[in-house]
Design a protein around this ligand. Sequence first.
Ligand code: PEP
Ligand code: MG
Length: 601
Amino acid sequence: MNRSRVLKGIGVSPGLAVGTAYTISAEGPDVTDRVIAPECLDDEVQRLHNTIAEVRTHLEELRERTRERAGAEEAKIFDAQILMLEDQEFLGEVEGLIRGHQLNAESAFEFKMLEMRDLWSHSTSGTLRQRVADLSGVQVRVLHRLLGDAVMPAGPERGTTPVIVFTNELTPGLTVQFEKDHVAGFVSEQGTRTAHAAILARSLGIPCIMGLVGGLDEIDAGTNVVVDGTRGVVILDPTDEEIEELRDRERTRLALEHELEEAVGQPAVTRDGQAMTLRGNIDLVEDVETAAEHGAEGVGLLRTELLIVGRTELPSEDEQLRFFERIAGRLPDFPIVVRTYDLGGDKFPAPFKVAPENNPFLGWRAIRVCLDHPELFRSQIRAVLRARASADVQLMLPLVTQVEEVTRTRSLVQECAADLRREGVEAADDVPIGAMIETPAAAMMIDLLADHCDFLSVGTNDLTQYSLVVDRGNAQLAKRFTSFHPAVVRLLARIVTDAKRMGLDVTVCGEMAAEPLAAFMLMGLGYRILSVSPGRLPLVRWIVRQIDTQAAEAAVDGLADAQTALDVTQHLRERVAEHIDLDLLELGRLPVMDSEATFNV
Ligand code: PEP
Ligand code: MG
């Protein structure tokens, strides 16, 4: 068989690791059904409970170990697994299977676990889907123990060279089980950046790659490998030159990391004295911590869908208020821009019964859903008005395509404010309203929207999707999804020019703003407020501080004749190289933004 020597997955924990491959299956042992004699059923149920208790103790040990090695927050990851073993309803169902079908404990447990796994992996909640590996961690441990094995297979012996563990599904337990000088890297067929095991690997500083589909078939135990967790690449039997080249890159990465650490705490001002405002995009309460640590001047996009998606009931007004207050409390001196529910497309919460649509992304989405469900919208608006009594909370509408969407929202805001006054509830009388510019329709009527809006914010993810007719989540079209397409660049230029003419602030809050070349271009186009995911703030701050706006403006002038996205990036790269070390800049790039992004080892 002609195997490839270079395998590509998703880099989820940066760094370089060299070692010998060791494979571990997280699939768990084979289980055979056995019939239990009626008089032995009590013993069988007892055996289940004893095992659960043993595994629980083992998980508590792992939690403690994680607390020592990675920290208290990371240790909480094991709480979820321990809770699974305390779920009386679930254990009652396993017991029911044993008694009702005279089934052995391991078969009953496995059956119920597979049922749960199926439910979670098909859930609309991304959070549940990401937690499937946690379930596997519990399942494998309990099954091993029920079969009389150790809670986990022993794992690699400590030898003279470190080991790289290859597994089908990296679980949190496996990640913390070995010391770094023993297991230097992980490669997992399943999982993404947000998996618990990925978070742990990052905290422990162990390079890790996930999503390497078919990786186990490609590797023989004992093979020499190098894992580049920054770019998600594994090289089998690497040559000395290859290792040296990767070490060089690693040194550059560390140099960039050092530069970024230095940038945090410095003002976001260009070389020629132009101040930029950098804000954070927030999905979860936790994100605001990173945003504050990285000097965010407010929240430019507070997504609210997670309050509702994956739940069986809508959040109450008070719960929403607490959510806004917690975020605002951490960034008290700055605006917090709450985006109204961006439901629809693929994000529909359980409380909505929605008929399937042929083209959900062109369908009943975002502001359209909110306006059609005033009861849902009112509770969000009321919570925002109440939060605004003590903080600079603002309201932003996603996927605007009509002026009426803004004017109808404004009427609802006035009605809600009047209701709150009548009820004697402490709340603001009004709130600044902004439209997201995410469609060519909105981009072409900035002047009309300006009459009704207090600010604008460009959602370049959707703007790119709807301008280029490229589903942003379709991997097959990933190369076509680029915000450097000349049509998108022209729209961006038009938006900022029109907004300035109308005297409106305009932010860019799509992913693009966190991409080094794009940030350079956006500054040249005239954007002065960028909102990015909190982890990218140091990078954007660093770029701002290297640049001079006149050079960025000149670079943008040179884009007028660009025919393709490649022309745009090449031109920007040449111009930016006059100010920034390109090797460092390349490391900070987001490949998804760039249709030319190819990978060469
Ligand atoms: C966007 O579309 O660019 C945006 C910021 O919103 P979201 O990614 O949540 O759709
Ligand atoms: Mg959007």
